[in-house]
Design a protein around this ligand. Structure first.
Ligand SMILES: C[S@@+](CC[C@H](N)C(=O)[O-])C[C@H]1O[C@@H](n2cnc3c(N)ncnc32)[C@H](O)[C@@H]1O
Length: 275
């Protein structure tokens, strides 16, 4: 249930977000032996609560948390760097985008008003998104601001109540609809958020939040013929690879540096056939 946050992905916007309210109430199982093990392995976003609960029951020492968390973050960060170097060695053109990442100066995506997508894909989207374009996104952030800045009409579904509040504070636009269902009872409401819109409606749908495989399946009929369905982090096994294959639409995977991210990103771009 907890949102997995790559150490390199966390920026100053989200550090201020307190995970409380309905979303927090939904994080059942934190501190349990099984969850603690998952937490140790994957550093879910509420590892602090998990370790605190476990240490209050004597299942892990107070010292264990900072040591393990720091070690895990360093291990993952080193893994990202090694993988990035390996890929650039294989495809040197990727390295030429590194200066764009440096130019973002460590700022977060909200401050940058940029999507958390490869720079080269953002460049492509410039040609696709214009005034009046209809965009639906599972997972909001800098992308929401970027689409609105281009005059698009945007619907965002955001599972994290704290992050939804950050977005609400940052955005005041009549062209924006925010839906923020709780995941406490599972992702059905989140996945279905697109269902009330007509078929063939959106120019672009971005799947970049929770339950990605289910979101892809639900979103397919809502994309216009000729429109785009983007699925971010498609290289992660759990994310929608089979749903994307089942769609049978022409697909390209765009790999590259993205703002506020030290590792390379990979986004599947599916185009709905016109006939
Ligand atoms: C990959 S992000 C979605 C990003 C969004 N589509 C964009 O491109 O800006 C998935 C989830 O992470 C959270 N999130 C968004 N922006 C974030 C940021 N700058 N730092 C940390 N978490 C963020 C939100 O809960 C969001 O639903």
């Amino acid at each position: 249930m907890g949102q997995a946050v790559d150490p390199g992905d966390v920026d100053e916007d989200v550090r201020r977000v307190k995970v409380r309210g309905p979303d927090y109430a939904g994080l059942r199982g934190h501190g349990s032996g099984e969850h603690l093990d998952r937490c140790r392995r994957s550093l879910c976003d509420s590892y602090t609560a998990c370790f605190s609960r476990a240490s209050s029951r004597g299942e892990c020492s107070k010292r264990e948390k900072p040591v393990r968390v720091t070690a895990e973050m360093l291990r993952r960060q080193a893994g990202f760097v090694l993988e990035t170097v390996r890929r650039i060695a294989h495809e040197p053109a990727l390295g030429r985008e590194f200066p764009r990442l440096l130019a973002t100066g460590g700022r977060g995506t909200i401050r940058l008003r940029l999507p958390w997508l490869p720079f080269r894909l953002i460049d492509e989207l410039q040609a696709v998104v214009s005034s009046g374009s209809r965009v639906f996104e599972y997972g909001g952030g800098g992308s929401t601001l970027w689409f609105l800045d281009r005059g698009a009409v945007v619907v965002t579904v955001e599972h994290h109540q704290g992050w939804a509040a950050v977005l609400q504070r940052s955005i005041g636009s009549d062209d924006w609809t925010l839906l923020a269902p709780s995941l406490a009872d599972g992702p059905a409401e989140y996945v279905d958020a697109i269902s009330s819109y007509p078929d063939d409606w959106f120019d672009v749908v971005v799947v970049d939040g929770r339950a990605r495989a289910r979101c892809v399946a639900r979103a397919l009929p809502k994309v216009k013929p000729g429109g785009l369905l983007l699925v971010d982090d498609i290289h992660r096994k759990k994310y929608a690879a089979s749903a994307v294959r089942d769609a049978g639409w022409p697909r390209r995977d765009v790999i590259g540096f993205a703002p506020a991210k030290l590792s390379l990103g990979c986004t599947a771009v599916l185009t709905r056939p016109r006939a």
